[in-house]
Design a protein around this ligand. Structure first.
Ligand code: PMP
Length: 426
């Protein structure tokens, strides 16, 4: 069996860890089969416990923009580790990375570091509520902002405009403050503002959705949200946990030329260590403790190893003037190759792509929101996923996920991938 040792490890893990994993998607529940247990990774490749090599299109769900075990990040972490792993005091490197991030991203004056994307989004919402003195937020169906209670909300039934918990353990009270709108549907947003006058603190959105597969904004959707927020005194929160430092140096704000009020980061900003961050202009950030009244804290926030990894990563991105061009070219090459072979093999498919985020949906019509994404043919996706995995190509084990392209991929890797897709979809 090709996944022999992984299967054994998975069985053992399930005895001690719920479902054998520390984050549900890793369990391959929606595609079935055994998750591969990874032993090490370098550049564009993962190596599993059975000694198999995979071309990696997940890249730790986004952070590895420059490939695995990227040398400057590895070196920075090793050097820092020698000086101690955590102090719980301010350190100079926190200011260094903050200064660099603020210089790279438009419309932000200050940034606060946390330990995950979840924390970043959760804190951004609290800050928006404190700043506006309002309680409700709007989120979009199919967007993911981490697992804090306010975001684990599904659409309410019938005429109710507020959401209901999508997980046991989230209270109805919390759910009432999260309103659900449809991605790329301005009217659904305007209706919520109409029905909740002067109550909405913020809209939070993935400016390019990555958690229902890759779904770009269409028809100036982001610009229109900016306008609706301004008309109603609400803040616009861009959750750039996926898009930040990936779509451009300044993320989606730069790419689309839209000004967000609060921006959330994760993934790339930590270079593969547990880092998140949220940022805004001074007026908003000064609402945060210890300067202002909105409380937010973290024992390991700004941890020196995490900051060293993040700083090395951002420095590399900041100084490589060709990086985003290369990523665009490589991903466009992959997209063209996939379109060609899927068409030749008479598949019904849609490919969405923005920069180095790309998704293949097995469905007929354009995918512009969650409902469209849900139509993507699941059995076909499963077969596609397992066919690729068996042949050494690792894509996300769910059609609701994006492929993350890394600069470490060579054109040979991309050709190999296209060849494998040809075989698998024959
Ligand atoms: N926001 C977005 C857009 C994400 O994709 C994710 C994670 N996939 C999060 C927030 C939560 O980040 P974390 O898993 O680091 O808590």
């Amino acid at each position: 069996m090709i996944y022999q040792r992984s299967s054994e490890l998975f069985v053992e893990a399930q005895n001690y860890i719920p479902g054998g994993v520390n984050s549900p998607v890793r369990a391959f529940k929606s595609v079935g089969g055994t998750p591969i247990f990874v032993n090490e990774a370098k550049g564009a490749y993962l190596y599993d416990e059975d000694g198999r090599r995979y071309i990696d299109y997940i890249n730790s769900w986004g952070p590895m923009l420059l490939g695995h075990a990227y040398q400057p990040v590895v070196d920075a972490v090793i050097e820092k580790t020698k000086k101690g792993t955590s102090f719980g005091t301010p350190t100079e490197i926190e200011t260094e990375i903050a200064k660099l991030a603020v210089s790279m991203v438009p419309n932000i004056d200050k940034i606060r570091f946390v330990n995950s994307g979840t924390e970043a989004c959760m804190s951004a919402v609290r800050l928006a509520r404190g700043f506006t003195n309002r309680e409700k937020i709007i989120k979009f169906r199919g967007c993911y902002h981490g697992h804090s209670d306010s975001f684990l909300i599904a659409a309410g039934s019938g005429l109710s405009t507020f959401g209901v918990p999508s997980s046991p353990g989230v209270t109805k009270g919390t759910a009432q403050d999260t309103l659900l709108a449809n991605f790329n549907d301005l009217n659904s947003v305007k209706e919520l503002f109409e029905a909740n006058k002067n109550e909405i603190a913020a809209i939070i959105i993935e400016p390019v959705a990555g958690n229902m597969g890759c779904v770009p904004p269409v028809n100036n959707f982001l610009q229109k949200l900016r306008e609706v927020c301004d008309e109603n005194g609400a803040l616009l929160i861009f959750d750039e946990v996926m898009t930040g430092f990936r779509l451009a140096k300044g993320g989606a704000q730069e790419l689309f030329g839209i000004k967000a009020d609060i921006v959330c980061f994760g993934k790339v900003i930590g270079g593969g260590l547990p880092v998140g961050a949220f940022a805004a202009r001074n007026e908003i950030m000064d609402y945060l403790a210890p300067v202002g009244p909105v409380y937010q804290a973290g024992t390991l926030s700004g941890n020196p190893l995490a900051m060293a990894a993040g700083l090395a990563m951002l420095q590399a991105i900041n100084t490589d003037t060709e990086l985003f061009h290369r990523l665009e070219e490589k991903t466009a090459y992959l997209e063209a190759g996939l379109r060609k072979v899927l068409t030749e093999n008479k598949k019904t498919f849609v490919i969405n792509r923005v920069g180095s985020m790309i998704s293949v949906f097995f469905c007929e019509n354009a995918v512009e929101n969650y409902e469209d994404a849900a139509k993507a043919d699941t059995p076909e996706f499963k077969a596609f996923f397992h066919g690729l995995l068996e042949r050494g190509i690792y894509i996300a084990p769910s059609s609701y996920e994006t492929w993350f392209i890394t600069d470490a991929l060579s054109y040979e890797d991309l050709d190999e991938t296209i060849k494998v897709v040809t075989e698998v979809t024959k």
